[in-house]
Design a protein around this ligand. Structure first.
Ligand code: IMP
Ligand code: MG
Length: 178
């Protein structure tokens, strides 16, 4: 068995993402946004979310990592921000999209960097928030679900680059953790 328990079904994801897209579209009230999607984990979430927005949106995809293959954040966040992106951020409504708010280090580092590029405004949208004491607090403007403190896989989220393909979100079976 690769997973222990299904926490969020494909149907629940679908319905929640539709609702989030409506909230986001209403919040920007016709303004355009530049979505910054944190790879790899946020890809499936962002694809569905962005396709359901009713406001003008562009997207940039950024490779950000802090886990390096384990189930605990290493604390070192590696951001790959191309110079051209810094210019695109200036004066724009930035919506940072990520899969999970866990320690908060990834989101906080991304927000810090984006802020230095002088955007018009920064908002955050995260599919899952782990109910833990985050190391860095980041305000989440649009949240999908709160989950317990367990390592999850599926719908973009991986363990050692596997299981991203699962259409639901499940907790990783303890036997699979090397
Ligand atoms: P943070 O920097 O600790 O908040 O971690 C955020 C990043 O770590 C997320 O963008 C995910 O890519 C990854 N991550 C955190 N928790 C999990 C998990 O339970 N499963 C898979 N990836 C996770
Ligand atoms: Mg991530």
């Amino acid at each position: 068995m690769i997973y222990d328990r299904i926490l969020i079904t494909a149907e629940q994801l679908d319905a929640r993402i539709t609702a989030l897209a409506q909230h986001i579209s209403a919040a920007y009230n016709g303004d355009s946004i530049l979505a910054m999607v944190l790879l790899e984990g946020a890809k499936p979430f962002a694809r569905q979310l962005l396709s359901r927005l009713t406001i003008p949106a562009a997207a940039e995809y950024l490779k950000v990592s802090s886990y390096h293959g384990g189930t605990k954040s290493t604390g070192d966040v590696i951001l790959n921000f191309p110079i051209e992106l810094n210019n695109k951020i200036r004066g724009n409504n930035i919506l940072i999209i990520d899969d999970i708010y866990d320690t908060g280090l990834t989101l906080a580092s991304t927000v810090d960097h984006v802020r230095q590029c002088e955007p018009k405004a920064i908002k955050t949208c995260v599919l899952l928030e782990k109910q833990i004491l985050h190391h860095r607090f980041v305000p989440i403007d649009f949240l999908g679900f709160q989950i317990e403190d367990t390592f999850v896989i599926g719908f973009g989220m991986d363990y050692r680059n596997q299981y991203r393909n699962l259409p639901f979100i499940a907790s990783l079976h303890p036997d699979r953790i090397a």
